[in-house]
Unconditional design. Structure first.
Length: 99
């Protein structure tokens, strides 16, 4: 079973393969912002992949365009609603809601 660790919270969670990072965050009360509800239409769910980028679903064109349009060009950046977990991964949440 894959694991995901959310920084800076330091929370590690066992997950079902192919769940999106956003869905995992919602299910486990990780305060990750999601202004568009997971439709790749904002960038509030932006995360930085610290390790395990090969364990995420590949980036689709729509996600890449959204990140580029917002000026987010970091190669470790992903949108959590578009990233499905397929192995162990460590991510940093960029926009934390108050917690
Ligand atoms: S929640 Fe808006 S792009 Fe992911």
């Amino acid at each position: 079973m894959p694991k995901i660790t959310f920084l800076p919270l330091g929370r590690t969670i066992d997950v079902q393969e192919d769940q999106s990072i956003l869905d995992i965050a919602i299910d486990h009360d990780v305060p990750l912002q999601q202004a568009c509800g997971g439709f790749c239409a904002c960038t509030t769910c932006h995360i930085i992949v610290k390790s395990g980028s090969d364990s995420l679903s590949p980036m689709e064109e729509e996600e890449q365009e959204r990140l580029e349009r917002m000026g987010i060009l970091d190669q470790h950046s992903r949108l959590s609603c578009q990233s499905k977990v397929r192995g162990d991964v460590v991510v940093e949440v960029v926009n934390l809601d108050d917690y």
